[in-house]
Design a protein around this ligand. Structure first.
Ligand SMILES: NC(=O)C1=CN([C@@H]2O[C@H](COP(=O)(O)OP(=O)(O)OC[C@H]3O[C@@H](n4cnc5c(N)ncnc54)[C@H](OP(=O)(O)O)[C@@H]3O)[C@@H](O)[C@H]2O)C=CC1
Ligand SMILES: Nc1c(N[C@@H]2O[C@H](COP(=O)(O)O)[C@@H](O)[C@H]2O)[nH]c(=O)[nH]c1=O
Length: 380
């Protein structure tokens, strides 16, 4: 199911803290960085914080710049982004500024928490949405996307919320403002707590001085595990779809892109249909051919392919689903099920699943995967 693009935003001290233990909110950002944060807010459809941050900071979460608000309205968007919080307990102070300022409000909570929040927040214009016995982040993100039309979600903490979104592989980007000061208190809240984080190194996309703080932007690279899609899976499938556009045109074969990525997010190889002057080579085949078959990383790697790997083919002895299995790969992420244009009822995904592989289909990428193949579908 589609999710919004999830951007985690935080300011941290040099020793990795989000705040100190004093009663006042610690200002880590300077004026220039608060203005940058305002800009990110203005570019977002919704801003999410945990109930802990409402209790600690009593924030308003507004877009402070009148120009930015006017630009939102001129673009047909609400003046303020939707304000979202999560709470397990439903113990939310109805007098908190969160409820009385800015855009529409929604609370995601547990079934029990919903009973309490509905009672405590009665009379306020707040949508209380239970996600089950436990708070389920995937349900939260799907609901924000489907029911509230949120495409870009800014998450402004606190530490517990950031930790869960990062460990569950649900963050598309981390925007970190590193402030030139120390907190030094062992009980102060940390940005990230202990947990099972995605392995490997994230990809640096930007560094920028903003006043005396440094903005660092990282994106995750490690594929998800099993049948669940992680944010990095969306990134890599997007790369596969871009590769499909590089294929030499053909009236008799699909244009497909593929990337093979190790469990730690290292790209092992990429390929596209008909590359290198070979008129029949498939994308997955081309990518796998570039990797040493003895590479131990293949067993825990993920193959991203814009089109479902082929199940039968005339041009080569083995179809791509078989090549993937023979390479030892047991996870495939794809955008588009193969239509009957050239082979009827090709079920490469079924072949992979029958052999014990996990196959994740992300239909929100189908349009991009189809784009370089439209002429084939019109003809078929
Ligand atoms: N420097 C910065 O950029 C920022 C700093 N901060 C600081 O962070 C601190 C607050 O962080 P923290 O205490 O971690 O609070 P959070 O804002 O992360 O909120 C945690 C609360 O959210 C709810 N929650 C989160 N995940 C779940 C879940 N899986 N199931 C059920 N409930 C869940 C719970 O609410 P409930 O208790 O109701 O069940 C939990 O107590 C403050 O000191 C604040 O100043 C905050 C944001 C940004
Ligand atoms: N302290 C701190 C941040 N704190 C974040 O800002 C929120 C309050 O925003 P507002 O309602 O506009 O005052 C607060 O709840 C928390 O999410 N953010 C930052 O970029 N830098 C900082 O130093």
């Amino acid at each position: 199911m589609p999710h919004p693009y999830v951007l985690l935003s935080a300011a941290v001290s040099l020793d990795g803290f989000l705040d100190d233990t004093g009663p006042e909110r610690l200002l880590l950002s300077g004026p220039a960085d608060f203005d940058r944060v305002d800009e990110v807010r203005a570019s977002s459809d919704a801003i999410l914080i945990g109930a802990g941050t409402i209790r600690a900071d009593n924030p308003r979460l507004l877009v402070n710049s009148a120009e930015r608000r006017a630009a939102r309205v001129a673009a047909g968007r609400p003046e303020y982004p939707l304000k979202v919080t999560v709470s397990g307990s439903g113990d939310l102070d109805p007098d908190a500024q969160f409820w009385h300022t800015g855009g529409e409000k929604v609370v995601y909570t547990t079934d029990k928490g919903a009973e309490r929040a509905t009672h405590t927040l009665r009379g306020l214009d707040v949508d209380v949405v239970p996600t089950g016995a436990e708070l389920d982040w995937r349900v939260v993100l799907e609901h924000l996307h489907d029911a509230r039309g949120v495409r870009r979600l800014m998450v402004e903490g606190g530490g517990r919320v950031h930790t869960q979104l990062m460990t569950q592989g649900l963050a598309d980007e981390l925007q970190l403002a590193v402030a030139p000061l120390f907190v030094g208190e062992p009980d102060a809240p940390r940005l990230f707590g202990p947990g099972g984080y995605p392995p490997g190194r994230m990809r640096l996309v930007e560094t920028r001085p903003v006043g005396d703080v440094v903005l660092i932007r990282y994106v995750p690279t490690a594929p998800g595990e099993g049948a669940l899609a992680a944010a990095a899976d969306r990134h890599w499938l997007g790369v596969a779809c871009e590769l499909a556009a590089l294929c030499p045109p053909s009236a008799t074969a699909f244009s497909v892109g593929a990337v093979v990525v190790a469990a730690d997010g290292t790209e092992l190889a990429r390929g596209h249909s008909r590359e290198g002057g070979d008129p029949v080579v498939h994308a997955e085949e081309a990518a796998l051919a570039k990797i040493d078959p003895a590479d131990p990383r293949l067993r825990s790697a993920t193959v991203y392919s814009s089109l479902e790997p082929c199940a039968r083919r005339a041009s080569r002895p083995a179809p791509c689903a078989r090549l993937i299995l023979d390479a030892g790969v047991r996870r495939v992420v794809t955008a588009w099920r193969e239509p009957d244009t050239f082979v009827t009822e090709a079920d490469g995904n079924g072949l992979l699943v029958a052999a014990g592989a996990d196959v994740v289909v992300l239909p929100e990428f189908e349009e991009r995967a189809v784009a370089p193949n439209r002429h084939l579908l019109a003809a078929g």
